[in-house]
Design a protein around this ligand. Structure first.
Ligand code: SAM
Length: 247
């Protein structure tokens, strides 16, 4: 399998401030664990495994599903023991896991990596089938409703200093028909400036597109939030779209 995240994996944990991100997101997930019995979690697009390890800390048996070997290698290096268990695979591998999960997470815009509407429907259907009767699906994507209105968006510049090197991360989402082109420019100053440019095509998962796909898959209770404090989703203002769906 072509590893389109091989280069990104090198710097992913430098770009993301995980302690700040987890402090912000953890209370949202803690509520799932308090309100429902969450024994088994599937974290799709688990990258270097930070969410998967958090779910394991909260008491669940966790599978992190990830297609990038470079990401998987880092996740396994950072994980003591066998929980979470990291498995190589993409959305198409969900039925092969042959398990029922109380919580399935697809975070950090991972679901937008589907090629088209058909692949979206198949992916969401597979997630529906893999949930236990009271299970929850939690999806987090960027706010594509807002991108649709403005056409292109630069995310705030991220700058880091690690081991004497300076890193700058510039990321742009640009609408192109029903897709959105994502460009990430990484500048690394190691005596001289080096640059890496990564481009990928994402499906623009607006709130309507997602709700329709979820309803067609059989989800009945669908809640939309604009942030991890569970503020209602505002298409014009919210920084992301967080969807929680139940059968
Ligand atoms: C932007 S990262 C988000 C990672 C992590 N979930 C987070 O919230 O930080 C997107 C992840 O999705 C993975 N990915 C890409 N295509 C995928 C697919 N078809 N199925 C599952 N995961 C995919 C990538 O390898 C990458 O680890």
């Amino acid at each position: 399998m072509l590893d389109s995240y091989a280069t990104v994996a090198d710097n992913y944990d430098i770009m993301i401030d995980w302690s700040a991100r987890m402090a912000h997101e953890r209370p949202f997930f803690e509520r799932f664990f308090q309100e429902a019995q969450v024994w088994r979690v599937l974290d799709i697009g688990s990258a270097t495994g930070h969410h998967s390890r958090m779910f394991a800390e909260l008491g669940a048996k966790v599978i992190g599903l990830e297609p990038s070997q470079a990401m998987l290698m880092k996740a396994r290096e950072l994980t003591p023991g066998v929980n979470p268990h990291f498995v190589e695979g993409d959305f198409g591998h969900v039925p092969q896991l042959k398990r029922q999960f109380d919580l399935i997470t697809v975070l950090g815009n991972t679901l937008a990596h589907v090629k088209d509407a058909d692949e979206l429907q198949q992916a969401v259907q597979a997630m529906h089938n893999a949930l236990s009767p009271n299970g929850h699906l939690c999806i987090q994507v960027i706010n594509y409703d807002c991108l649709l209105a403005v056409g292109s968006q630069w995310l705030p510049l991220i700058s880091r200093q690690v081991d004497g090197k300076e890193y700058l991360f510039l990321r742009e989402h640009r609408l192109q028909g029903v897709s959105a082109e994502f460009t990430m420019i990484t500048l690394i100053n190691n005596e001289v400036w080096q640059q890496q440019v990564e481009r990928s095509s994402h499906l623009a998962l607006t709130s309507d597109v997602l709700k329709l796909a979820l309803k067609q898959a059989g989800f009945k209770k669908i809640s939309l939030y604009g942030d991890y404090a569970r503020k209602s989703f505002d298409p014009g203002k919210s920084s992301s779209l967080i969807v929680v769906a139940r059968q």
